[in-house]
Write a protein that binds this ligand. Sequence first.
Ligand code: NAD
Length: 305
Amino acid sequence: MAVIGFIGLGHMGGPMSANLVKAGHEVRGFDLSSEALAKAEQHGVNAVGSVPEAVSGVDAVITMLPGGQQLLQCYDEALPAADPGTLFIDSSTVDVADARRAHELAGIAGFGSLDAPVSGGTAGAEAGTLTFMVGGAEEDFARAEPLLEPMARKVIHCGGPGNGQVAKMCNNLILGASMIAVSEAFVLGERLGLDHQAFYDVASISTGQCWSLTTNCPVPGLVETSRANHDYQPGFAAALMLKDLKLAVSAAEQSGTNTEVGRLAAELYQRFNDEGGGGYDFGAIIKLVREHSKPLQETEEAKEA
Ligand code: NAD
């Protein structure tokens, strides 16, 4: 069994570290929030008071932080304090350029490192069924695989440094765009008199089928697993979807890639966040579609005129 330093014990890192403890690993956890630390302690994590304490004398360090800035700051503190041979695994979702910079810093300090962002949300973190998309050297991937296994349904090596983040970003471009499309389809259908259940029964077995429809349907009452049934409490918050879409847009700009649907999806999630929706599940974007549609009476009058 390994000794693992775990930094960032929030909505995702909390349950992920708990699953490592359950699998028999010793976990030394650190978080700036005393609340998060106390919660992790209840699940058997040894809470420590600083980044250097979390990373010295461990086999591997896993970070699960809000973004690239926090990651790079954390590595500044962690790399000088770690023992030779420590493997650095970052599971936060960050910009590809930040991920590659983190690899570079770890390499300069003599450590192996991986970017290993996840998909599956808080439910997947709790159940230990996350998908890990991993970028980095083959030998580091081989060392990391058994450590990630208790948190994972699937661990996929996506190539060299940063490629895990590339895969994550591209996946979430599909997810954000498909949730908007599913929401627009439901609202268009309902305004033209189509019953939600009837549309679901058709689309869920037709070519419109996708995760945003059949697992996290934006209309409540149709799919058991949907956050719409819980007043859109996340789940995967719209603010995080916006963050991921912005990463995709920025990467598209840097690489000169024409991703117009991705850009529009980012604009719509930005508008939803600006209007106060950021704390709700990303499926709540259906409210934006409804709120920005004309009143039905108005469209009838326009037809008559
Ligand atoms: P969160 O805000 O709940 O957790 C982040 C934790 O990091 C917080 O507890 C915060 O106190 C801590 N932190 C921040 N800076 C720190 C520092 N310098 N040192 C130590 N601790 C620090 O966020 P989350 O939902 O757990 O998400 C974490 C990462 O996972 C993000 O990059 C997010 O994009 C990604 N992610 C989230 C989900 C999801 O559904 N929540 C799904 C996939 C990926």
